[in-house]
Write a protein that binds this ligand. Structure first.
Ligand code: AMP
Ligand code: GLY
Length: 422
């Protein structure tokens, strides 16, 4: 089979490595991929958002199955466009991807179907939003409606911060049209859990839970990033909580999407907060999380391509999806300065025996050398019998991967290990 994967980050690298385990796979093309992915797939310089060029490539290269991984092509309708040419795909169509593409949509969906989430108000007018903020409870959370490169959520600890956020999103158009509407919502507290799930629209099969580390600095300090590391499973997510989430969140969500005529097929990501009043949805993503995928897929014992095809064919109920009971830890190695400004172009050296557990996010291949090209450069994953050993193993690997100005958090997994002790 010839497989096409749209995207070019660490998540896509993890998907590709897992798909490669299937013996019927002959060739994998990554659009655009990156310098590290090029060690595992044929990278083609087509942007993930260039739907027309992607469809053209797929039809000319006898693609048997496509995986659309990032949010923007999904929201743009890449799966619909490939489907029109008869190419089966993993990922939601445009109508279903709106669950991530519009926060106003997802909040209204949750309200309509009684799915637990933070209380909220929607505004399409800056003056009204500013007026509301004069008496709103503080802290509060301001969210741009549309996609904003993961930067559209502002936790305002003061009224001034809240006002500044509204002005920059709605008046200064920091995120363009994504900020035409905003959600202002209740500030929730509690441990966060990421649950990725496979769903074919009929059944939902949660994957192993995970924990992201979003802030740039140790002990959750510094700016928000795309994610500096992950562990799986997430120790806060007990079997009792998992069952509660299944009944109150996961099943109601896929049923709600179906009832709205927006049947969701693909990976539905539930960003949850375990609040004192029970689990609540912080956000939905219409795709695999990054870097959650880099710990979740290494623990998947079933064949990924088979499971993905079952999602497409709506036969997930009859398909085994089995996870190992081991633990995984992924430490992200970034360029110093990320998520603000950073230098790039430094040579990366990865010992050969670590290539299998390295997922490259931001690197180019130039004259046989791998050079840093992004803020998040790569992730290193270890799977061990205990979380403690997985964390140790990943940090040992990190010590052996070199590039100038490398930066990583030193405490990935620390919170999870502490939760296991308590
Ligand atoms: P997102 O960009 O949607 O992933 O949100 C970024 C982060 O903001 C989440 O991971 C949470 O830590 C935080 N967050 C979002 N909504 C809320 C909320 N209502 N209360 C507290 N924290 C929130
Ligand atoms: N790790 C969070 C995300 O993928 O959005």
């Amino acid at each position: 089979m010839n497989i096409l994967v749209v995207g070019g980050g660490g998540r896509e690298h993890a998907i590709i490595k897992k798909i490669k385990e299937n013996k019927s796979v002959e060739q994998i093309f990554a659009l655009p991929g990156n310098g590290g992915i090029a060690l595992d797939a044929t990278c083609v310089n087509i942007a993930a958002t260039d739907t027309k060029a992607i469809v053209e490539f797929a039809t000319q290269n006898n693609i048997d199955y496509a995986v659309v991984a990032p949010d923007d092509p999904l929201v743009l309708g890449c799966v619909d466009a490939l489907g029109e040419k008869g190419i089966p795909c993993f990922g939601p169509n445009k109508a279903a991807a709106i669950i991530e593409g519009s926060k106003v949509f997802s909040k209204n969906l949750m309200k309509k179907y009684g799915i637990p989430t933070a209380e909220y108000e929607v505004f399409d007018d800056a003056d009204k939003a500013l007026k509301y903020l004069e008496t709103a409870p503080i802290p509060t959370v301001i969210k741009a409606d549309g996609l904003a490169l993961g930067k559209g959520v502002i936790i305002a600890m003061t009224r001034d911060e809240a006002r500044d956020a509204v002005i920059s999103i709605m008046q200064d158009k920091q995120f363009g049209k994504s900020g035409d509407n905003i959600v202002i919502e209740e500030f929730l507290t509690g441990p966060e859990v990421s649950v990725l799930s496979f769903t074919d629209g009929h059944v939902v099969v949660p994957m192993i839970s995970s924990m992201d580390h979003k802030r740039a600095g140790d002990n959750d300090t510094g700016l928000n990033t795309g994610g500096m590391g992950t562990v799986a499973p997430n120790p806060y997510y007990t079997d009792v909580i998992a069952e509660e989430c299944m009944q109150k969140i996961f099943l109601p969500t896929i049923r709600a999407m179906k009832a709205e005529g927006r049947t969701f097929k693909g990976c539905l990501y539930f960003g949850l907060m375990l609040t004192p009043n029970g689990p609540k949805v912080i956000e939905y993503n219409c795709r695999f999380g990054d870097p959650e995928t880099q710990v979740v897929l290494p623990l998947l014992e079933s064949d990924l391509l088979t499971v993905m095809q079952a999602v497409t064919n709506e036969t997930l109920a009859e398909t085994e999806v089995k996870f190992s009971n081991k633990s995984a830890c992924c430490v992200i190695m970034a360029s110093k300065g990320y998520p603000s400004s950073y230098e790039k172009g430094f040579e990366i050296t990865i010992p050969n025996d670590l290539l299998d557990s390295t997922y490259v996010a931001g690197a180019t291949l130039k004259e046989g050398k791998l050079l840093t090209s992004g803020g998040r450069v790569l992730g290193v994953t270890s799977v061990e019998n205990t979380l403690e050993n997985a964390v140790k193993a990943s940090y040992q690997k990190v010590e052996n991967i070199m590039f100038d100005n490398r930066y990583y958090r030193n405490d990935i997994g620390a919170k999870a290990l502490k939760a296991l002790e308590d």
